[in-house]
Design a protein around this ligand. Structure first.
Ligand SMILES: O=C(O)c1ccc[n+]([C@@H]2O[C@H](COP(=O)([O-])O)[C@@H](O)[C@H]2O)c1
Ligand SMILES: Cc1cc2nc[nH]c2cc1C
Length: 353
């Protein structure tokens, strides 16, 4: 199994730069505003200075969302009311510009990249689709491992490759997006495996399942964990056992961003589960992660707590596609722009208290 790209990416991930962070903290205290009055945005600007290794860090724009699409063998267990072909149909909708993420990206001035990393239905090679299908959907994790280790690594490397291409073309803020009917089930299994949360705490209602389906979905997550007993000290083993191809690719996108020292905005529960895999592989990758919003899915909150991340928005969203994270883009850019544009007490001749 060739893991050259993954190994090189993990080796490139380094801690935040303490000197740049100290400079940003000191600058924040000299700007014409009461100290601390920008709340969590101040610490966010400090962290982004540490990531860039410069104060002020570059304003994180332009932004782009990468939507990774995949299907799931565990769909056969009846964990979602939606038919599997909706994944492929929504990919076509993204490419036509008709989904919610297209509207939010347009509003934000961000671009969108759509990647087939594991859709079950064969997709026509249309303009704009990044065709990187590793496998036409995962296997059912209640029966066997969802992926081989080689397939999991291949999908992670798809994400690393996409991150590299986006950074090379000048994108300075990456946004995670996902599409995959049934993908909240593997997300819950990953979150339970890495945080130690019980499947009942990690599992949510996804697109909106009734009480009976919800109870069944929780038992499916539990069955997968009981069958594979995934070891969080072996992150790729966990990903292969109970993960998904879009989860794996998002792990790669996050690792690729961290290696390039470009911030990555996490969307909902699927991105959070992928972030747990990334953090288990390279703890310093957390420095590049920004939690865009708090998804309704309970596993998202459990995962964010484990990562030590506070989400910027809490709007009751549970759509995916990158929508919640996309709404947070102007907040992240604004937090950094303050360090560039705002006068200091000294330079503006404003009296201090
Ligand atoms: O982002 C989230 O937290 C989120 C929460 C619930 C559902 N989703 C989206 O809904 C789909 C999965 O839902 P489900 O019920 O089929 O597992 C998938 O396409 C996700 O993008 C996403
Ligand atoms: C229509 C639809 C759109 C979605 N976008 C992300 N997940 C989705 C799930 C469904 C069912």
């Amino acid at each position: 199994m060739d893991t050259t790209l993954l190994s090189a990416t993990l080796a490139a991930i380094r801690p935040l730069d303490g000197a740049a962070m100290a400079a940003a903290r000191s600058l924040q205290d000299r700007l014409t505003k009461p100290a601390g009055s920008l709340g969590v945005l101040e610490e966010l600007s400090v962290r982004l200075a540490g990531l860039a290794g410069a104060c002020p860090p570059p304003v994180p724009q332009p932004a782009t969302v990468a939507v990774f699409a995949g299907d799931h063998g565990v769909h056969a267990q009846g964990v979602t009311p939606w038919p599997q072909e909706v994944t492929a149909q929504m990919v076509a909708n993204f490419l036509d510009g008709g989904a919610v993420i297209n509207a939010f990206a347009r509003q934000t001035g961000a671009s969108l990249t759509v990647v087939d990393v594991g859709v079950a239905t064969p997709l026509k090679p249309v303009r704009g689709l990044v065709a990187k299908n590793v496998r036409r959907g995962t296997r059912d994790f209640t029966v066997e491992p969802a992926l081989t280790r080689a397939e999991a690594v291949a999908a992670v490397e798809v994400g690393i490759g996409v991150a590299g291409d986006l950074v090379d073309r000048g994108e300075n803020l990456l946004v995670t997006g996902d599409m995959g009917i049934a993908n909240t089930t593997p997300a819950a299994a990953l979150i339970a495996a890495f945080t130690g949360a019980d499947p009942a705490e990690a599992t949510g209602r996804g697109t909106g399942v009734d009480d009976d389906t919800y109870a069944h979905k929780t038992s499916v997550v539990r069955a997968g964990l009981d069958l594979h007993r995934p070891d969080p000290a072996d992150p790729l083993g966990v990903l292969a056992a109970v993960g998904g191809l879009e989860h794996a690719a998002l792990t790669g996108l996050i690792l690729g961003a961290a290696a390039a020292r470009v911030p990555v905005l996490l969307d909902g529960v699927i991105a959070v589960s992928a972030a747990l895999v990334a953090a288990a592989l390279a703890p310093d990758a957390i420095g590049a992660m920004i939690a865009g919003h708090r998804s309704v899915e309970p596993g998202a909150s459990a995962g964010l707590r484990h990562l030590g991340l506070e989400p910027l928005l809490d709007l009751g969203l549970r759509l995916g596609e990158g929508t919640g994270a996309m709404l947070a883009v102007p907040i992240v850019a604004g937090a950094v722009r303050v360090l560039h544009d705002v006068a200091t007490f000294d330079s503006a001749g404003v009296s201090e208290k």
